[in-house]
Every structure is written in C-alpha cells, then in structure tokens.
Design a protein around this ligand. Structure first.
Ligand code: ZN
Ligand code: ZN
Length: 139
C-alpha cells in the first residue's frame, strides 16, 4: 500500500523519528480511515507487536497529533478519538448507532469574521442526527 511506504517520510517531515511503534500506528490510522480510541488501536496492534504497551500507544498518538499527522477529536464527553483526516472537516454523530462520520466541506466554511481576534487551534463543525443505516432499520 502506498500510504504504508510513506510513513517514514511523513514522520521525518513532521520532525519525528520513525520509531517502529510510530510507523505501525500511523500506518494503521491511514489504512483504517475514521476515528479510533487509543484502546482500539492498542487492541488492533498488540497481537503483532508484543512489546507494545498502552502507554506507548498514548504517547505515540499524542506525538502524531502534535506533529499534525493525525487529529485528536473529543465530542461531548466521549473518550478522545484519533482521526487520520487532517483537513478541517465536519463531524456527524448518529444518535442511533453512535458512529461519528467525517464530512468534508469547502474550506471557506471554516472561517468566520465574528472570530476575529480569537486564536483558533482546531476547526470542527458538528452535526447530529441519524445515519442512513439507522434510518433504514427504523422503517
Ligand atoms: Zn447510525
Ligand atoms: Zn474526524
């Protein structure tokens, strides 16, 4: 997979050493588009990497987010989620299955004159509703 071959370069470009756990976790994030908790990532990788600890996963995710390679997202009081989508994007939370969907918007949608003078560290638009799968089940 192309994304896989590039993780070393991506890490270097972000000023991070390409350690084995960093490469493994970034590859996993790129291959599984969407949102993951640290525990899910640990669970998915621990089998192939017996030396991996939960603490390492947390530290790597924090480093990747600080380097701009992934994003951290917290919606309401849910646990922290890590997201491979690094463009400004919106989130749709389904009240039926609880899934969090990414959606892309024109980048102009994320600017607002009313926030002049505010320091913005992350932009997000949050929509709530019912996903098509859950609507189908309801009928
Ligand atoms: Zn749903
Ligand atoms: Zn997202």
């Amino acid at each position: 997979m192309a994304a896989h071959a590039n993780v070393t370069e991506m890490l270097h470009n972000a000023g991070l050493d390409a350690s084995k756990p960093r490469k493994a976790i970034l590859s996993y994030m790129l291959e599984h588009y969407g949102h993951h908790t640290a525990d899910q990532i640990y669970g998915a990788l621990a089998g192939q990497m017996p030396t991996l600890s939960r603490m390492t996963v947390y530290n790597v995710l924090r480093a990747l987010a600080a380097g701009g390679l992934i994003r951290d997202v917290r919606i309401e009081s849910d646990s922290m989620l890590y997201d491979a989508e690094i463009q400004d994007h919106g989130h749709f939370k389904c009240g039926g299955c609880g899934k969090l969907f990414n959606f892309l918007m024109p980048q102009e949608a994320f600017t607002c004159d009313m926030l002049e003078g505010f320091e913005i560290t992350q932009r997000d638009l949050f929509f709530r509703g019912t996903c098509p799968d859950c609507q189908r089940k309801r009928r």
